[in-house]
Design a protein around this ligand. Structure first.
Ligand code: UDP
Length: 313
């Protein structure tokens, strides 16, 4: 049976891939986006389709959707450290007030609600890999606090609506994800390194490059999200790829795959930059039978191809 689905952040990187998935699945999709960091280009191929509607709106305001709604998926937020430094108040508001409005919409419509949370709730983690049971090590007043704390609040609010209002909720903690539709000026490591490598500019490693991250290709994430929606489970679930790389190793991989002769330069490490990050996905494997299938090099080749074409690099 086709569903009616509201996706906030629907013109963003992850949001627009979800919109594509559900529109192609024959569902009715309402995509909402303020376009602060989202881009209409990501969804322009859908305009004119009968089962797709776009609302240009900030979801910290009251949301009105006509008729029945089956799922509300809250993906709106700046998601790059560079963006949440530039838009700290909007980041706090969309995580806090935007979650209140969207979970409120789900309550009113009797819809299932899915919160896109983040590995940032673990902060600069003192355990590696991070299981869902780890409570995190977050600096509330540092520059990343606007994102980390609003997402932690969003998780608390989602659980409260589940426990006290009986809303059928889901929480996913998304680890670093990459793929086509990231912006070349996004500021995160994948778009930065690819853009720099393709332009022959130096690759900027922050700190000494020994910090680690684990990168999940967008298609794997989307398939995980679809499985979470179908599972009857209300506590947070990590979604990410557990293959862990140091940023220095990662720079070398990008150079190899682009065939770039760019040099590597070292810049100061941003404040509170996590030293390690790797998801423990035992729960997702057991509960959903899900794990990423796209190898990092395979996903990066597709992403590099997109950057070449989209940004004429
Ligand atoms: N990073 C880097 N060079 C860049 C951009 C990022 O060395 O040009 C580092 C950053 O300091 C962090 C890691 O790459 O340790 C991942 O950063 P990103 O902004 O992608 O996301 P984060 O995982 O920190 O949220």
């Amino acid at each position: 049976m086709s569903k009616v689905i509201v996706i906030t952040g629907g013109a963003g990187f992850i949001g627009s891939h979800l919109v594509d998935y559900f529109v192609n699945n024959g569902d009715m999709v309402y995509a909402l986006d303020s376009l602060i960091t989202g881009n209409l280009k990501n969804i322009e191929h859908l305009f004119g389709k009968k089962n797709f509607v776009f609302f240009h709106m900030d979801v910290t305001n009251y949301i009105h959707i006509p008729g029945k709604v089956d799922y509300v998926l809250h993906f709106a937020s700046p998601a790059s450290p560079v963006d949440y430094l530039e838009y700290p108040i909007q980041t706090l508001k969309v995580g806090a007030i935007g979650t209140h409005k969207t979970v409120g919409l789900a309550k009113e419509k009797g819809a299932r609600f899915l919160l896109a949370s983040t590995s940032e709730v673990y902060g600069d983690p003192l355990v590696n890999p991070q299981p869902e049971t780890y409570w995190g090590n977050v600096n509330p007043i540092g520059p990343r606090g606007v994102y980390d704390e609003s997402k932690r609040f969003a998780e608390a609010l989602t659980m409260a609506y589940h426990r006290y209002h009986g809303v059928d909720t889901r929480i996913i903690r998304i680890f670093n994800t990459y793929g086509p539709r990231m912006r070349s000026n996004d500021g995160r490591v994948v778009p930065n390194f690819i853009t720099q490598a393709l332009k022959g500019e130096p690759l900027t490693i922050f700190g000494d490059g020994s910090q680690t991250r684990s990168f999940c290709y967008i298609d794997d994430l989307v398939s995980g999200i679809v499985k979470v929606l179908d599972a009857d489970y209300h506590l947070p679930i990590n979604l990410g790829n557990p293959e862990e790389y140091s940023i220095f190793e990662f720079a070398k991989i990008i150079k190899e795959l682009t065939g770039s002769r760019s040099e590597i330069v070292y810049k100061p490490l941003p404040q509170d930059d996590p030293k390690v990050r790797r998801p423990d996905i035992t729960l997702a494997k057991k509960l959903l039978g899900w794990e990423p299938g796209v190898k990092v090099k395979e996903g990066l080749i597709k992403t590099i191809e997109y950057f070449r074409k989209e940004f004429n690099l």
